[in-house]
Each structure stands twice: as C-alpha cells, then as structure tokens.
Design a protein around this ligand. Structure first.
Ligand code: PLP
Length: 227
C-alpha cells in the first residue's frame, strides 16, 4: 500500500468511526478528496485506490485535470470562489458546484449548462457568523436565494456548504455545523428537497459528522500539507 492509499484508508476509517459513534450509517457520509495544488498523477493514484469524487478550487487547474483524467469517469466538484467570467467552463466540465452565493452566478451556470449533460448539482455556501472565509450568503438571505436557485432549470439544488473558522475545541467546532444543519432543516420544512450538507475538513470532520454532514471535504489529511 502506498502512503497515499494508507492516508485515504485512514480518513475513511475516521469517517466510519465518527458515523458509528453518532449512530449514523457510514455509507451516508461521502468523502470529497480535495485535490487542489496536487497533480493529475496523484488523483490517478487515488482513483486507482477507489476514490471517485474530487474537489477543485481553481478553474484552470481543475479543467486541466478533468481533461487529462476524462477516461476515468471521476466526479468533479468545484469548491472555490467563482467569478462570472469563468462560469461557462465550470458549467461544461464539473458535476457539482458547492460555492453558490449569488443568484447571478447561479443563473449563468443554469444558462450555460449543456443540454447533453444532467443538471449541475449545486450547494449554497453559507457564511455563518464568525467564519474566516468571506464567501457565502448570510443565513438571513439564504432562504430567498435557495428558493430562487431551486427554480433554475439546469441546476439541481442539493444542499448547503460552509467553511467555519478553524478551532481546536471540539464543542466550538460543532456550533457552526449545527447552525448549518438547522438552516437546512428549515429550508426542507419550507418545501425544498435537500440531501447534502457539505461540511467538515481535515481538522474537524468528526464534529461535522456529529452534526449531520453528508459530504466531508478533505485535502491535507489525504495528500499532506499543501505545496
Ligand atoms: C482546501 C479546501 C478544503 C480541504 O481542506 P483541508 O483542511 O486541507 O482538509 C475543503 N474545503 C474547501 C472549500 C477548501 O478550499
């Protein structure tokens, strides 16, 4: 087993352990391997070990890997901030976008999603108070944006994503994840069909799983420190 494969197995074991600890089915928590800053050859090695879903933060870098690895049939998630002048590339090449925080960007993605592909799966990025990241819609504005995005024909609204400020305190880690889950529950009570809570990274995936994460986004714990 290579080091990379061993690290992948260790992350999968952490996910399964946390799921069981909180009475959840490990099969209900997916792993998105965040491959930003790592080359296509590294992604290929993880794909050979069984990993199917990969996350990219930069459009050009992601497109190059998608192109090079097309024959592998992998699932590609765009998780970075997206400018209007790059939406076409993302609409044509990616399977998911996690970082929707403006209706204008969502409308462009819907208009530009090729008819030959299935609708683009999207999550709204929510900026819960105290988050380090500046991206994301405020919780107060999220319901209106969610309903508008859900109405776009070539998008499929899957759920919510957040990047809380890092903390070493487990109970502090859980708080924003709980807030995201409660917002998702509120939107579902309003009639939206959501199946995804994209939350939890290398340092806090257990706290996210405790609060209901269905997809954890892990880079460093699999690939090592970013280069
Ligand atoms: C880089 C990144 C991750 C992965 O973070 P790690 O701490 O390396 O696991 C997850 N989500 C987003 C949005 C990222 O940009």
């Amino acid at each position: 087993m290579t080091t990379l494969t061993a690290k992948l197995q260790a992350v999968l074991a952490r996910i399964a352990g946390a799921a069981r600890q909180y009475g959840r089915d490990p099969a209900d928590v997916g792993l998105l391997a965040v491959s930003k800053n790592w080359p296509a050859a590294t992604v290929r090695e993880l794909a050979a070990a069984g990993q199917r879903a990969f996350g990219e933060s930069y459009v050009q870098e992601g497109l190059a890997k998608i192109d090079e690895l097309r024959a592998l049939g992998l699932e590609w998630h765009f998780i970075g901030s997206l400018q209007a002048n790059k939406t076409r590339w993302v609409a044509e090449a990616f399977d998911w976008v996690h970082s929707i925080d403006q209706l204008r960007i969502a409308q462009r993605l819907s208009e530009q999603r090729p008819a030959t592909l299935s609708p683009l799966s999207v999550c709204l990025q929510v900026n819960l108070s105290g988050e380090a990241s500046k991206g994301g819609v405020s919780p107060a504005a999220a319901p209106a944006l969610a309903h508008a995005v859900a109405g776009l024909p070539r998008l499929r609204l899957r759920g919510l994503m957040a990047i809380p400020a890092p903390s070493d305190d487990y109970m502090v880690q859980r708080r924003p994840f709980r807030g995201l889950r409660e917002l998702s529950e509120q939107l579902q009570a309003d009639g939206l069909l959501l199946d995804t809570l994209s939350m939890g990274m290398s340092h806090d995936l257990e706290a996210a799983i405790a609060e209901g994460a269905t997809l954890v986004r892990v880079g460093t714990a699999i690939f090592g420190e970013r280069r």
